[in-house]
Write a protein that binds this ligand. Structure first.
Ligand SMILES: Cc1cc2nc3c(=O)[nH]c(=O)nc-3n(C[C@H](O)[C@H](O)[C@H](O)COP(=O)(O)OP(=O)(O)OC[C@H]3O[C@@H](n4cnc5c(N)ncnc54)[C@H](O)[C@@H]3O)c2cc1C
Length: 422
């Protein structure tokens, strides 16, 4: 049983929490990582299918891989990094989407991004949907791609926030799984699993961290739970921190869900290609055929469509809505016989996940500065991290890492200037 009286408690063992706790551990600061789930990783989660393939139900791509700290961790640990260019940077399958139309779509998408760029430089923030060209035939697909990127439909997406995201354009994958890498990075840390933090009382000289396994006393805490949970006050601060709840509420988690299907006769397709279910509507899936060359399809659903598909099977495990929709789109593309070639492997409904309540954060129009408000420490005792706190790398696992390390550095700094309980 870990010590219930420590110097620093880190709440949440996802990318941010593991990175924060690892930094403190390396600096020999007594700390305890407290995680509500029975595993580390949070929205980074690798499962293994029957054939032994590592499937990432959450993050899969080392975005901005050339400056992504997880890529360094992967290299140090001898993980296998796949540097194949991602499907969204190469032409899609021509079935249902001839090359000429793809060029036309990419021209329209490029023009839309250029309008976003210009609009972001203006004083007033607007929703991305206001920049769609009403006469453009590709608005449905532009919206769909927008939901894959941000999890949010364009009418709720802040142009300034989108513009602040920094992308080096280099994207790699970890063959053994991004989630497996992140949880393994925390394997040497003192951790309490299955332990939900329900409150943080910061009235006294020391903090009282209330958990489902009793109270823990600490001098400082780093809170890394998703913004949606802070906004929903799933963890109560005493005294309350209304500015945090408000900031978190303006950084809702958009929705993106993956469905993995096995595929018979996969050799018919080139590895790592993509097909869109439809090119004329927003509610469509992106189908990544043969990821890593494996005999499967990784289907991606975003925004309102993902919410509808999650809601379609509230009584079951959430799979049915996704499978029915995907099979209908795939048979429409490849013919009725295709239904017999695919079988569901795994899906995860992130919106229904009680310790996530969504996939990745996105600022509402006018609220991108809330990321800094959320990240701001309180009294040099309460520190905040997590992808939603990142100004330029939000919505990603490396954004989580960087905010976690930044919060740990702030703790080290505060400790240096004001020893605990002084
Ligand atoms: C489908 C999908 C695809 C994605 N694709 C990519 C991608 O390709 N590349 C990329 O970089 N990112 C991707 N992301 C986003 C990425 O997974 C997240 O941004 C990142 O993992 C967030 O890390 P975090 O530490 O900020 O939050 P989390 O991983 O959510 O960690 C927070 C932790 O807090 C725990 N927790 C919650 N409440 C409590 C409580 N009360 N007490 C104790 N613990 C609590 C949670 O269980 C969780 O472990 C994807 C996400 C999804 C869902």
């Amino acid at each position: 049983m870990p010590n219930r009286d420590v110097e620093v408690v880190v709440v949440g063992g996802g990318a941010a929490g593991v990175a924060a706790a690892q930094r403190l551990h390396q600096a020999s600061v007594p700390c305890l990582l407290v995680e509500a789930r029975p595993r580390l990783g949070g929205r980074a989660w690798t499962v293994t299918d029957g054939a032994g393939f590592a499937l990432d139900l959450g993050c899969g791509w080392l975005h901005s891989a050339d400056r992504n700290p997880w890529a360094r961790v992967a290299e140090q640990r001898g993980a296998s990094i796949d540097k194949t260019q991602p499907p969204w940077m190469r032409p899609a399958l021509a079935i249902g989407f001839p090359q000429e139309e793809q060029y036309d779509f990419h021209r329209a998408l490029g023009a839309f991004f250029a309008r976003m760029d210009r609009a972001a430089a203006r004083e007033t923030d607007v929703a991305a949907a206001s920049l769609l060209d009403p006469d453009c035939r590709w608005n449905g697909l532009i919206n769909a791609v927008g939901t894959y990127i941000s999890g949010m439909d364009l009418d709720r997406l802040s142009v300034k926030d989108f513009d602040r995201y920094e992308d080096s354009g280099i994207n790699w994958r970890v063959v053994e799984g991004y989630g497996a890498l992140i949880s393994a990075y925390g394997a040497n840390l003192p951790v309490m699993l299955d332990c939900e933090v329900t409150g943080i009382d910061h009235r006294g000289k020391r903090l009282s961290i209330e958990t489902s396994q009793g109270a823990i006393a600490a001098d400082r805490v780093i809170v890394t739970i998703p913004s949606a949970l802070i906004a929903a006050e799933r963890l109560k601060f005493t005294p309350a921190l209304p500015e945090k709840i408000e900031a978190a509420g303006s950084l809702p988690l958009g929705l993106a869900d993956k469905l993995f299907l096995s595929l018979d006769g996969a050799d018919e397709f080139n590895p790592d290609t993509r097909a869109f279910g439809r090119t004329d509507r927003e509610g469509t899936g992106g189908y990544h055929l043969r990821p890593f060359g494996r005999p499967m399809i990784e289907a991606y659903f975003g925004g309102g469509l993902a919410a509808d598909l999650e809601a379609a099977d509230l009584k079951g495990n959430g799979e049915a809505g996704f499978v029915d929709f995907a099979v209908a789109e795939l048979t429409n593309l490849f013919g009725n016989g295709f239904a017999g070639r695919v079988k569901p492997i795994r899906v995860h409904s992130w919106g229904r996940d009680p310790f996530a309540l969504g996939s990745y954060s996105s600022a509402l129009p006018g609220f991108t500065d809330c990321r800094a408000t959320l990240a701001e420490p309180v009294d040099d005792r309460l520190f905040f991290a997590g992808e939603a706190c990142s100004r330029h790398d939000f919505s990603t696992a490396h954004g989580g890492f960087l905010t976690g390390v930044a919060a740990a550095e702030r703790v080290l700094n505060a400790r240096h200037h004001r020893p605990p309980s002084s």
